[in-house]
Write a protein that binds this ligand. Structure first.
Ligand code: SF4
Length: 487
């Protein structure tokens, strides 16, 4: 009997990438994706450990699964990802109905551990201390027919005091450029139009094989991959963000005019205690250099409010940098101590009410700036890669959705024939005129100017027809509430 599986993914894009590998591994081992996750024979939970409620979410999930498993003979539960790497056997101690616990360094072991647990009728906990097999070398079951995640490195050599990633994903390991480009070319040959290059710190790519200019070269090399229309990357680090990368972005046509660069704080004193190795002036100088080279670049960021010891003056410094940088959008977080990180034991933890009040002020300022930036695009013609999903329904109008080249979310009217009648499919490319700029998205209700049917659109359609609908996870960028790993 073919056993079915379902994967629940939490956290950052790296986890999304790894889940596609887990799915590919299981399908290569004879499992089939469960049409209804509730009926799956195998439930895999790919966990995140970045935020406080990550634990609650995992153990809450496992609590709900206990009666499901009791009613479903032969069902197995596997827990992977960063929280598994951190908690290890503790997961089986707290939830003895879990069959497999595997870590971030041994994703490849999942099918074997499932078989061993079934055969021995005992839980299998296997955590590797360092990377055994690059997840990117494993078979993938991709979620999207038109966009792909390509990991260029795993792990991180930095030691930001609020971050648990280095202790769970290890020091940085870089893939060889040739392997990365081969994967990018294979995706493009398969009709994928957009790739996102993934790493905890893409700017230090090449440090492991001694080439500090490797990331800029990689971006340029992506420029000559036939059929590849859009290249994005995440996450850069301001300390290592060099001019050769900015030139590569500006001079390589398929590299999108979008940059997501975490600031975390605008206060140099707080940045010092976060061990971020740059200061606000350096950060703003990068923004200026990017804007000089790519005037239409959409720039977004991550900001933590309420880091231990943050004073009102420190917070004001953050507001000042936000005011100067004019981000198109920002992921904003209220600091929460993460057990196992140096910052969790720092003195002067900021009271929750103070954090909350500052957080609201930051969100209000950024909302104003985002809205102003989006209103400035009214009347502009933008190219949209149509995304999966039902789009947005405002009253009677059902709009389709997708991403502009700068990553902005666009909702557009498919025309009188409606989304079905228009023949516009996820993966196709359209050009529309922006009629309204909202705080977190753009809207077009005027007729679609051009509609390019693509192979990605064919593939997406084909996927839909076989009933195993590829579930788009949405593209990172403006407005996509995809929780981000720290960077
Ligand atoms: S925040 Fe990013 S750069 Fe800093 S340690 Fe974590 S993963 Fe590395």
């Amino acid at each position: 009997m073919t056993r079915s599986y379902t994967i629940r993914t939490y956290g950052c894009q790296m986890n999304v990438h790894d889940s596609e590998r887990m799915a590919g591994l299981l399908e290569a081992s004879g499992y089939a994706r469960s049409a209804d996750p509730a009926d799956a024979d195998v439930v895999v939970i790919n966990t995140c450990a970045v935020r406080e409620n990550a634990d609650n979410r995992l153990y809450g999930n496992l609590g709900h699964l206990a009666p499901v498993k009791a009613a479903h003979p032969g069902m197995q539960i596997a827990v992977g990802g960063c929280l598994a790497q951190k908690d290890r056997a503790e997961i089986v101690r707290r939830a003895p109905w879990v069959d497999v616990v595997f870590g971030t360094h041994n994703v490849h072991a999942l099918p074997v551990l499932l078989e061993r647990a079934r055969h021995n009728e005992t839980a299998q906990v296997e955590i590797a201390e360092s990377l055994e097999v690059f997840p990117s070398t494993l078979p993938a079951r991709r979620e999207s027919a038109y966009a792909g995640w390509v990991s260029i490195s795993v792990g991180c050599n930095n030691s930001c005091t609020f971050c648990i990633v280095p202790s769970l994903r290890g020091t940085e390991k870089d893939r060889r450029p040739g392997d990365v480009l081969a994967e990018v070319a294979a995706l493009a040959a398969d009709g994928v139009l957009e790739v996102t290059l993934l790493g905890q710190n893409v700017n230090s790519y090449g440090v492991e094989f001694g080439d500090r200019g490797a990331f800029a070269k990689l971006l340029r090399a992506c420029g000559s991959v036939a059929g590849l229309e859009r290249v994005r990357f995440t996450s850069p680090h301001p300390r290592d963000f060099t001019s050769d990368v900015i030139s590569a972005m500006a001079e390589t046509p398929n590299v999108c005019p979008q940059l997501h660069m975490p600031l975390q704080s605008g206060s140099d004193d707080v940045l010092r205690r976060m061990r971020r190795s740059y200061r606000s002036s350096r950060y703003l100088s990068i923004i200026d250099e990017v804007r000089a080279a790519i005037p239409d670049a959409a720039i977004s960021t991550d900001i933590i409010v309420g880091f231990p010891g943050e004073t009102e003056a420190d917070f004001q410094a953050t507001l000042d940098v936000v005011g100067a940088a004019r981000f198109g959008s920002a992921f904003t977080f209220q600091y929460s101590p993460r057990p196992g990180t140096p910052a969790a034991t720092l003195p002067d933890q900021v009271p929750k009410a103070v954090v909350q009040e500052r957080y609201m002020r930051l969100v209000a300022l950024q909302e104003e700036i985002s809205w102003e930036a989006n209103r400035a695009l009214e009347g502009r013609v933008v190219e949209v890669l149509v995304a999966t999903g039902e789009g947005r329904k405002d009253g009677a109008t059902r709009r389709l959705s997708g991403r502009a080249r700068d990553g902005r979310l666009v909702h557009f009217s498919p025309g009188a024939a409606g989304s079905e009648g228009s023949g516009i499919r996820p993966g196709d490319v359209v050009e529309v005129t922006i009629g309204y700029g909202a705080p977190h998205h753009l809207v077009s209700d005027s007729p679609v100017l051009t509609h390019r049917r693509t192979r990605a659109g064919e593939h997406h359609d084909a996927g839909t027809r076989t009933g195993v609908a590829p579930t788009g996870l949405g593209l990172p960028g403006f407005g996509a509430p995809l929780t981000k790993g720290k960077s």
